[in-house]
Design a protein around this ligand. Structure first.
Ligand code: C2E
Ligand code: MG
Ligand code: MG
Ligand code: MG
Length: 288
């Protein structure tokens, strides 16, 4: 009997495994055509300067309008894109389209609008240097307005990858270390690597208001960043208490649902003209 039950479980497992392998293959097949079919889209999430209390830029976040599946989030296809190498054409499209959208915003905005673009480690080849340079020139975006977001996994990469990042920085482009606080080697990673900005991960930010330990860790990270001359962005700010704390800790920039969810580029100009962010500041910093 026990054996029969066990067998049943294995069959179930096999069916699940088979379904997930087929899913993955379907994602790969469909993603292969997504760029040329124009199925990718970008959403832009505002970056808010905490000192000036206004938006200073946007992070570009890719979406896939996959036929029969609606708007798919990157969590469900970036992994496949990385494993198959499709991240290279996808990443090139993201870079070019993001530069185009932010250059258009800059044409009408009163102040310079910054752009942040996420990179995968697989994109770190010589070709990246050309892709970045041509996206900037073709779309007319100043390199100083562009930041490329990398993660700690980049920092364990080999020598050639580091040389590519150096070359990109020489173009005048900045680097940000994304998802800081989720890895295991953050401190040594920072020492080994020339980045301009640290992005405190959402998981760290979400616990600063409720855990003294998390707040202490975040404080140490911000102090270390200051000692190294880096700016700090706090990601995933969802409520005014978190905003109050990260501001107190000395973060320069905040990003999160409290201010705005990632939005279609078509809504970004109206967002900049509005004043929707001021409510968050008014609530977090009651007049003294
Ligand atoms: P990330 O770079 O850390 O981006 C921030 C993620 O947190 C975004 O998820 C954003 O929508 C979400 N977020 C922002 N504020 C809040 C908040 O207040 N609360 C909550 N719960 N979430 C918030 P998204 O757009 O689903 O992207 C997930 C990840 O996918 C990104 O994390 C990034 O690692 C990757 N990704 C997105 N676009 C690209 C891309 O063009 N290229 C590459 N290589 N990776 C990308
Ligand atoms: Mg990012
Ligand atoms: Mg991030
Ligand atoms: Mg994150």
């Amino acid at each position: 009997r026990a054996k029969a039950d066990g067998g049943g479980r294995y069959e179930l497992f096999d069916a699940d495994l088979r379904a997930s392998v087929l899913d993955r293959l379907a994602v790969e097949r469909d993603l292969r055509r997504a760029v040329e079919r124009g199925e990718l889209a970008l959403h832009l999430q505002p970056l808010i300067d905490l000192e000036r209390q206004r938006p200073v830029g946007f992070e570009a976040l890719v979406r896939w309008d996959r036929p029969g599946h609606g708007l798919v989030s990157p969590a469900s296809f970036i992994g496949v894109a990385e494993e198959t190498g499709l991240i290279v054409p996808v990443g090139d499209w993201v870079l070019r389209e993001a530069c185009r959208q932010i250059a258009a915003l800059n044409a009408t905005a009163e102040e310079p609008i910054l752009l942040s673009v996420n990179l995968s480690a697989r994109q770190l080849t010589e070709d990246l240097i050309l892709a970045v340079r041509s996206a900037l020139t073709a779309e007319g975006l100043a390199p100083e307005l562009l930041t490329l977001e990398i993660t700690e996994s980049f920092l364990i990469e080999e020598h050639g990858a580091m040389a590519v990042l150096d070359a990109v920085r020489e173009l005048g482009v900045s680097l940000a270390l994304d998802d800081f606080g989720t890895g295991y080697s953050s401190l040594s990673a920072l020492q080994r690597h020339a980045v301009d900005t640290l992005k405190l991960d959402r998981t760290m930010v979400s616990s600063v208001a409720t855990s003294a330990t998390a707040a202490a860790v975040a404080r140490a990270a911000v102090e270390m960043a200051a000692a190294l001359g880096l700016d700090v962005v706090a990601e995933g700010i969802e409520d005014v208490e978190q905003l109050r704390i990260v501001r107190e800790l000395g973060c320069q920039v905040a990003q999160g649902y409290l201010f705005a969810r990632p939005m279609p580029a078509a809504d970004a100009a109206a967002y900049l003209r509005g004043e929707s962010w001021s409510g968050a500041f008014a609530a977090a910093l009651p007049s003294r």
